[in-house]
Write a protein that binds this ligand. Structure first.
Ligand SMILES: [Fe+2]
Length: 240
């Protein structure tokens, strides 16, 4: 995907020409559609591009998440977000969209929430694996450069996750090439614009309540052991 490779320059170029959020979503769609990773999980275009849910690459993650937990999360919450977003787009875009300011405000806010939910869930599901492996050298080096060590990085991301009600993530910012930890209390709250998630954990209760009840600490600790570092490596390389 030479023409669309997500270099810092190309992202900045797009951001200058269009709204930042549109550029970001277009970049993700382009990357997933044109530059599929060579190893599992299989590349799949985002539902934001296709209108169809990206299937889970697994039914369960043994020792971490059950089939019931994953099924309700994927179908009801990820699927529900896509369904809601589709309905909003039908009401907003095209020749008959509402121009009432109050109604438009609510539609706009909900659009951000649902679109972000779709995208973040796809990154979350595709970022976990049943077979844990250590981080790749490239990612480990980048983390150590920013956070001092892998242990220090993990402690900080764990603190972010336990204090977040929505998402906690390691993200790479294309403007300066630095890694950041981003935490949010909702899909559309607290993003670092243009930053690209490398690894992320869903901290909504719906992500873990079936298996962990209110023991979010155990959920987070188990998640660290199911990070797909090969996928993280692909995201890190694509962010540069
Ligand atoms: Fe979720």
């Amino acid at each position: 995907m030479d023409a669309d490779r997500l270099t810092r320059r190309s992202i900045l170029g797009r951001a200058g020409a269009t709204a930042a959020g549109v550029a970001w979503l277009a970049s993700v769609r382009s990357a997933w559609a044109e530059d599929p990773p060579a190893s599992p999980p299989p590349a799949a275009a985002s539902a934001l591009a296709t209108g169809a849910l990206v299937p889970l690459g697994y039914e369960t993650l043994p020792g971490f998440l059950s089939k019931d937990q994953l099924a309700i999360h994927h179908g009801k919450h990820y699927g529900g977000a896509l369904k809601a977003l589709t309905g909003i787009e039908e009401r907003v875009y095209g020749p008959t969209g509402t121009t009432d300011a109050a109604a438009r405000r609510e539609l706009g806010k909900t659009q951000s929430e649902k679109a972000n939910s779709v995208l973040l869930h796809e990154l979350y599901f595709a970022g976990m694996t049943a077979k844990a492996a250590p981080p790749t050298d490239d990612v480990k080096t980048a983390i150590a450069k920013r956070f001092g060590s892998l242990d220090r990085w993990r402690a900080d991301l764990e603190a972010c996750a336990l204090s977040a009600a929505g998402w906690a993530m390691l993200a790479a910012h294309p403007v300066n090439g630095r890694l950041y930890h981003v935490l949010s209390d909702a899909h559309d709250v607290g993003p670092l614009w243009l930053a690209r998630p490398i690894v992320l954990v869903d901290m909504y209760e719906h992500a873990y309540y079936v298996d962990y009840k209110n023991d979010k600490a155990s959920y987070v600790k188990a998640w660290f052991d199911r990070i797909d570092w090969a996928e993280a490596d692909r995201r890190w390389k694509a962010s540069r």
